[in-house]
Write a protein that binds this ligand. Structure first.
Ligand code: C2E
Ligand code: MG
Ligand code: MG
Length: 465
């Protein structure tokens, strides 16, 4: 009897111990795995990566590589089909990536639509790239989820034969940098990291830090370039072109920092400061030179500014504060800025129009053509991109001259004016006048200049015949 009890007790104890062990294992698994895909999570992956880093210098035959994968346009899937389907897609992706792996490789889900792969015991350095390609081709077959056929691609950053890394995070960061390069390069591809990318990433970071400081200290200056009424040869207005007066680097042209300012959102305060300065300056000139009418300000606008719901209010406030009338302000917008979010842009443009502000399409002819929808926007003029003007006189076939003429004809039909930018020679000016272009701008008249120099053009009542 006692023996039986003892035996029962022992089996129960063993069962409890097994349960406890199982529970412990389950907890451990949960703590180290992604619940959705059941792949290792960031914590476990970083541990494995640290381990691979530690082993490789000791054994040169054990090279390893890191792949950083980010889905292209995953947000679209979530937004249009819902998170449930988005989740199922991630599970499917995890499985497909798994299909490309060898037993020694580790796939993990870092977060959202980001996956990482650790390839160990690599033989040639080409291996990692070919695995990246294999993943791309695995993803080519569309996913079928609840009756939806979903096409997806991924951008992959690759780090091969890593040397000189201290921490696993540094490696991850470089793979991430390469992944962004793949995105910039047009997505659906892989890019292998090299040192130059690091240097570029660091200098971009420095530029960004500098730019933030510049916004705080307001280190921006506005240059003005005259826009000439071609028939009369008189100044019609000035385009405000921003420069960054960098304490060490001197005057930095907008091409260097505007793209970064757009990416970081810093364009919003910078753009507002340019707008204020241009409006204030123009109101002052209109007061000083009352005979010089019309005289307006043209200010460039980025997509990031246009889509801010409070932007039209800011413009209204600025006009109020500087005393410039809406009709004396022109905002220049590129086709691609409108295309970024057509609905939001259309709403903003009509609110701006209600303030009396004039709207010009900048760099016309270079964007992906919204020609078909042009008439739907309240646009007052097209600014012919300078690449057409430049090539107008240098070619024999006359193809570019024809493009300019076509733009002018189109504008006429839509009841719009035409401004040509980049006029550098009298030959170009003559051709544009002949073609009936309304306004022109370019080095032939004047380069963009500081306020005082611009004012002297008004004081002298400069006319270009
Ligand atoms: P954009 O609006 O098309 O401005 C015209 C650019 O062409 C200016 O370059 C101007 O200096 C240049 N240009 C004018 N005439 C000639 C010419 O005869 N020949 C040649 N080769 N170039 C000429 P800039 O000042 O370097 O500005 C470049 C771009 O930066 C502008 O192109 C505009 O897109 C952007 N930008 C400038 N200021 C601002 C700003 O305040 N806000 C925003 N969002 N963008 C700005
Ligand atoms: Mg412009
Ligand atoms: Mg332009």
């Amino acid at each position: 009897m006692i023996l039986l009890l003892l035996w029962q007790f022992k089996t129960r104890l063993m069962a409890t111990l097994a349960e406890a062990r199982e529970a412990k294992e389950r907890l451990l698994h949960e703590a180290t795995h992604d619940p959705l895909t059941n792949l290792p999570n960031r914590m476990l992956f970083m541990e494995k990566l640290a381990n691979a880093m530690e082993l490789s210098p000791r054994d040169s035959s054990r090279s390893y590589a890191l792949l950083f994968l980010d889905l292209d346009r995953f947000k679209n899937v979530n937004d249009s089909l819902g998170h449930g389907i988005g989740d199922l897609l991630l599970v499917g992706i995890a499985r497909r990536i798994g299909n490309c792996m060898r037993p020694t490789d580790t796939v993990a889900r870092l977060s959202g639509d980001e996956f990482v792969v650790l390839l160990e015991d690599m033989e040639g350095s080409d291996d990692a790239a070919s695995i990246a390609e294999r993943i791309q081709s695995e993803l080519q077959t569309p996913f079928k989820i609840h009756g939806h056929e979903i096409f997806t691609t991924a951008s992959i950053g690759v780090v091969v034969n890593p040397t000189g890394y201290e921490e696993p995070e540094e490696l991850l960061r470089d793979a991430d940098t390469a992944m962004y390069r793949a995105k910039d390069g047009g997505k659906a591809r892989h890019v292998v990291f090299d040192r130059a990318m690091r240097t570029r990433a660091v200098s971009l970071l420095r530029l960004e830090t500098d730019l933030r400081r510049a916004v705080e200290l307001d280190e921006f200056v506005v240059y003005h370039q005259p826009i000439v009424h071609l028939a009369s040869g008189r100044v019609h207005g000035f385009e405000a072109l921003v420069r960054w007066d960098h304490p060490e680097r001197g005057l930095v042209p907008p091409g260097v920092f505007i793209p970064l300012a757009e990416e970081t959102g810093l364009i919003v305060p910078i753009g507002l400061s340019v707008l204020r300065s241009a409006c204030r300056q123009t109101a002052l000139w209109r007061e000083r030179y009352p005979d010089h009418r019309p005289l307006g300000a043209s200010v460039n606008l980025s997509a990031a500014q246009l889509i801010r719901p409070d932007f039209p209010d800011k413009v209204a406030e600025t006009l109020e504060e500087t005393g410039l009338a809406g009709r004396d302000l022109t905002l220049e917008i590129t086709e691609s800025a409108i295309m970024r979010d057509e609905e939001v842009a259309a709403e903003a443009l009509s609110r701006l129009k209600a303030l009396g502000v004039r709207l010009h399409v900048d760099d016309f002819g270079t964007g992906y053509s919204s020609l078909g929808r042009l008439h739907e926007y309240p646009v007052d003029a097209l600014k012919v991109d300078r690449s057409f003007v430049r090539r107008m006189s240098e070619e024999a076939s006359g193809e570019n001259a024809e493009i300019v003429e076509t733009i002018i004809t189109l504008a006429r039909q839509l009841g719009m004016d035409v401004v040509s930018e980049g006029i550098e020679t009298t030959d170009q000016l003559d051709r544009l006048r002949e073609a009936g272009c309304d306004y022109g701008q370019g080095y032939l008249f004047s380069r963009p200049v500081p306020g005082e120099a611009a004012e002297s053009l008004l004081a002298a009542d400069r006319v270009w015949r």
